[in-house]
Design a protein around this ligand. Structure first.
Ligand code: BTN
Length: 330
């Protein structure tokens, strides 16, 4: 076992026995190394932010862990069937979506997850960038290989939006809403975005990369000044810092549950769950699809997820892509 793996194993043992004292002998036996080596790795972990207390003549106890996104830490207590069965974490990456595409091409299994502490080329929808400062938010991409037809791929966007909303509600105890097709809002401001990318041919989907960015502990100064839509973070809205490890575990769990539901029962339950979070029905909006604008009042979404707008004509307009803004912000 290499040094990093040894330290991961020590962390895993502590997390699996939360609050308990583990003797040096137990650690030594489990890891198959000398007591001096155990002591050396414990000291190393302390420099990485793990508060490990030495309990005289008994052993060691983990008092606190750093809020770092590491596979060994995320995996403790994570009981998913598909999502994040394998996790790669990076201190810095160009984009988790780009890395997930590479994994997909290399034949990585469905559910593989990529996580980064920071992205140097975080990508947003419609060719925009996604601000990705280090250590404060969640940037992740999940590789899926669903047995869906090409025109059903957008169902995964609704699924991911519901999963993000549920994770935020569970971990941060705030209610969020969704903005068609794939933004998550808190107090009317954008808190999370999804960039789902497809590799497909007319006969079907090869794979999908679900890219998810959630603003958790981002400070006001860390937001770019020229945002098209008002944005926020959990910290800014609630004054509370979020435990990112707990958040990402909850997010992976929600994605896993909803993915199983989609494959078993189809889109209808996901659509219902999404609609319950959609509070723009009856509101006047404008939709911009790459410069082509259309205004109207939101009727709801169609069975396939398209946005239905009342534009004053005899039939509702069916919209498949674009950026929605409430008329009050237009
Ligand atoms: C948007 O609302 O424009 C979508 C933003 C999606 C951002 C996430 S962060 C993780 C993943 N990697 C990326 O480069 N983008 C997505």
């Amino acid at each position: 076992m290499g040094s990093n793996q040894l330290r991961e194993s020590i962390v895993r043992m502590f997390l699996q026995h939360e609050g308990e004292v583990i003797s040096g002998e137990q650690l030594r036996q489990n890891l198959g190394v000398s007591r001096t080596a155990v002591w050396k790795h414990i000291n190393q972990l302390r420099t990485q932010g793990y508060a490990i207390e030495a309990v005289p003549s008994r052993g060691y106890r983990l008092r606190a862990r750093p809020d770092a996104l590491l596979p060994a830490v995320i995996k403790v207590g994570l009981n998913t069937a598909v999502v994040a069965k394998s996790i790669e974490c990076y201190a810095e990456l160009d984009s988790t979506n780009l890395r997930a595409h590479v994994l997909a091409e290399q034949g990585a299994p469905e559910g593989s997850a990529v996580v980064a502490e920071c992205q140097t080329m975080g990508r947003g929808r419609m060719g925009r960038s996604w601000s990705s400062p280090p250590g404060v938010n969640v940037y992740t991409s999940i590789l899926l290989r669903p047995t869906l037809a090409l025109n059903e791929a957008t169902q995964l966007t609704f699924l991911a939006a519901v999963a993000v909303a549920r994770a935020i509600e569970k971990v941060c105890a705030v209610r969020v809403s969704v903005k068609w097709p794939n933004d998550i809002l808190l107090n009317g401001k954008k808190i999370a975005g999804l960039l789902n990318e497809l590799n497909a041919e007319t006969e079907g989907i090869h794979y999908v990369v679900l890219g998810i960015g959630v603003n958790l502990n981002m400070e006001k100064e860390q937001f770019p000044p020229d945002l098209r839509y008002p944005a926020t973070s959990i910290l800014l809205e609630t004054g509370q810092r979020v435990d990112r490890v707990k958040f990402i575990r909850t997010l992976f769990t929600e994605l896993d549950v909803l993915y199983a539901l989609l494959l078993e029962r189809g889109f209808a339950p996901i659509r219902l769950a999404w609609e319950a979070l959609f509070d723009l029905v009856g509101s006047a909006v404008s939709v911009d699809d790459g410069g082509v604008g259309i205004s109207g009042v939101v009727i709801g979404i169609a069975a396939d997820g398209a946005l239905l707008l009342d534009t004053g004509s005899a039939h509702p307009s069916t919209i498949y892509s674009g950026d929605v803004r409430p008329a009050t912000l237009a």
